[in-house]
Design a protein around this ligand. Structure first.
Ligand SMILES: Nc1nc2c(c(=O)[nH]1)N[C@H]1C(S)=C(S)[C@@H](COP(=O)(O)O)O[C@H]1N2
Ligand SMILES: [Mo]
Length: 219
């Protein structure tokens, strides 16, 4: 399995410090979190605010399946290992910006969503990807956005496997989009022609394109 850096090559690791210094309950990590990458300072996994719709989901990886369905030639269900061990892995530093006014810059690592789509074979009528999560959350994005921007589904952040609180097993790294497009605890990807589909927050008034440089609200 290859790990491909989408931004460069040199990696600097520093030890994870002061777990107890963060406000809410500290998240247990197994490993060493990277805090600097190619000269750029990274946020810590501890810097996030937990504000998901039903609180953290704790997914048992033994029974986990990622379903790829809808307008595809071959619907698939992939295990965690089939996703992470049988695809090339990509790294990139991307900032998550929440509409509530905080952000976190993290070194993400994961698989190209496009590589998963290629395994299922996308039918020509498909226009959008609808992502589903364990907590009932959903969001959607156009196929061209996913393929044109090398969008990854991350299983690691700062070189550490995603903690459950951060979306284990997978969070979408929806760069240049607001945080509500960064769906966590992903369980399924549906290929659809329904361009009027609205995800959880989009259905409650947030803009469907979710562009960081556009309007936050549907107008
Ligand atoms: N499944 C799921 N994914 C989700 C959410 C959620 O409530 N459920 N919240 C979204 C929002 S609004 C933001 S800002 C980011 C925040 O990621 P974090 O909770 O890891 O900080 O997750 C996004 N992904
Ligand atoms: Mo958010």
């Amino acid at each position: 399995m290859r790990v491909i850096s989408l931004a460069g090559s040199v990696l600097a690791a520093v030890s994870l410090l002061a777990l107890s210094a963060c406000g809410g309950g500290a998240i247990q990590l197994s490993g060493t979190e990277v805090r600097e990458y190619q000269g750029e300072n990274l946020s810590s996994i501890q810097d996030f605010r937990e504000n998901s719709i039903r609180g953290p989901q704790y997914i048992d990886i033994e029974g986990y399946e990622l379903a790829i369905s809808g307008l595809v030639e071959t619907p698939l269900t992939l295990s965690y290992d089939e996703v992470t061990a049988e695809n090339d892995l990509y790294k990139k530093v991307v900032t998550l910006n929440c509409v509530e006014g905080w952000s976190a810059t993290i070194l993400w690592e994961g698989v190209l969503v496009t590589d998963l789509l290629a395994q299922a074979g996308v039918l020509p009528a498909a226009r959008v990807l609808i992502f589903y999560a364990e907590d009932g959350y959903t969001t959607s994005l156009p196929i061209e956005y996913i393929t044109d921007n090398d969008i990854i589904m991350a299983h690691k952040m700062n070189d550490v496997v995603l903690p459950s609180e951060r979306g284990f097993p997978f969070q979408l790294v929806a760069e240049s989009k607001w945080g509500y497009k960064w769906i966590k605890w992903i369980t399924a990807i549906e290929l659809s022609d329904d361009i009027s589909y609205r995800g959880y927050w989009e259905d409650r008034g947030y803009s469907n394109d979710g562009d960081l440089d556009g309007s936050k609200f549907e107008g």
